[in-house]
Design a protein around this ligand. Structure first.
Ligand code: NAD
Ligand code: IPM
Ligand code: MN
Length: 363
């Protein structure tokens, strides 16, 4: 199979984890006889430094000509005090909007071998397997106005939480469709006791649920959901929620798996051009040290193979290789709890070796 992959490494450890993920994809290419063409593009702080724009037009062009997009992470202290239109995060928000990547799937799956890496007790973590479906192109992130303003003669600031019915409907449909392939349970998370946008969200969720009689729909207030993620994470199958709630809950949920460095994601659009990225950021505190956990990025590439290219076997092989390496006791620093650990590059080499072995066994 011939595919073109747009690679947007971005900043900080984004560059480090994309570099090694490309190595893993090359191993897949070799063993399964595919041809992946990699086209690099600039985004974030890197793009600001080189072009003065966090999302240059050429990057969007590169993405549009590709079959899928793989992104690292953006941001860092260097650009923190830039004016808002010159911030790396602007580039990320712009690409999500530009490619209409409205459905962000963030799977949270506990590996048995990592039960001890989580700060939660093993009996809470064992068997956890759910997906957060985060709305990605609306809500507070994009509502207008978003600006400094004056009220009662005093400076303040306003952000706007706005959702159209159609935006709520399409993300709910994505969640129900996903639930149909899983345990058929949707938990819709909102703040309907306070927010009007959440009351509309609930109304639309009930309407969509009527089209899926086999799926159970439960509503949960976001503060309660934050608590339940820790007290009984095993109850969840598919969680669907608005942009900001999904952002916060997914970082929280990452700790069930042991580290933010474990969580992959897929950002899906209706056009068929999807983007894949780890949930974590550019991690300036560990940048350049070869200690970042590459698994979130590598599992994002597996999601790409499955969702964008239909390569189920290859995606499964990557996931099995990761499982095997973790099972053999190899840990990056974030998972090691102060014990011995391997570098980003070494972890990747282990995964590549397991992939090659797995392939040898399968054939
Ligand atoms: P972060 O996700 O970069 O890091 C949070 C903590 O988790 C840090 O201690 C970091 O070392 C650790 N961590 C993250 N990924 C890791 C990995 N793969 N392996 C090991 N440890 C890992 O969040 P932050 O520090 O709040 O933000 C840093 C910058 O990243 C900011 O500029 C922020 O805007 C940006 N950011 C970007 C994205 C993205 O591009 N998708 C996501 C989140 C944050
Ligand atoms: C994420 C990040 C982004 C978000 C930031 C960097 C804009 O935290 O992808 O989760 O809030 O969506
Ligand atoms: Mn986030």
């Amino acid at each position: 199979m011939k595919k073109t992959i747009a690679l947007l490494p971005g900043d900080g450890i984004g560059r480090e984890v994309i570099e090694v993920t490309v190595d893993v994809l090359k191993t897949i290419e070799e063993h399964y006889h595919h041809q992946f063409q990699f086209q690099y593009g600039l985004i974030g702080g890197d793009a600001i430094d080189q072009t003065g724009n966090p999302l240059p037009k050429e990057t969007i062009e590169t993405c549009r000509q590709a079959d899928a997009v793989l992104l690292g992470a953006v941001g860092g202290p260097k650009w923190e005090s830039n004016p808002v239109f010159l911030r790396p995060e602007r580039g990320l928000l712009a690409i999500r909007k530009e490619l209409d990547l409205f459905a962000n799937l963030r799977p949270i799956k506990a590996f048995d071998s990592l039960l001890d890496s989580s700060p939660l007790k093993p009996e809470y973590v064992r068997g956890v397997d759910f997906v957060i479906v985060r709305e990605l192109t609306g809500g507070l992130y994009f509502g207008k106005p978003s600006e400094r303003t004056t009220q009662d003669g005093e400076e303040g600031a306003v952000d706007t939480l706005f959702y159209k019915r159609s935006e709520i409907k399409r993300i709910l449909v994505s969640a129900f469709e996903l639930a149909m392939t899983r345990k058929k349970q949707v938990t819709s998370v909102d703040k309907a006791n306070v927010l009007e946008s959440s009351r509309l969200w609930r109304e639309v969720a009930e309407e969509v649920a009527k089209e899926y009689p086999e799926v159970t729909l439960k509503h949960m207030l976001v503060d309660n959901a934050a608590m339940q993620l820790i007290s009984s994470p095993n109850q969840f199958d598919v969680i669907v929620t608005e942009n900001l709630f999904g952002d916060i809950l997914s970082d929280e949920a990452s700790m069930i798996t042991g580290s933010l460095g474990m969580l992959p994601s897929a950002s899906l659009s209706s056009s068929g051009l999807h983007l894949y990225e780890p949930v974590h950021g550019s991690a300036p505190d560990i940048e350049g040290k070869n200690v970042a956990n590459p698994i979130a990025a590598i599992l994002s590439a597996a999601m790409m193979l499955r969702h964008s290219f239909g390569l189920e076997e290859e995606a499964g092989a990557i996931e099995n290789a990761v499982k095997h390496v973790l099972g053999s006791g190899k840990r990056t620093a974030d998972l090691a709890k102060g014990g011995p650990y391997v570098s980003t590059k070494l972890m990747t080499e282990e995964i590549k070796a397991a992939l090659a072995d797995d392939h040898a066994i399968l054939n």
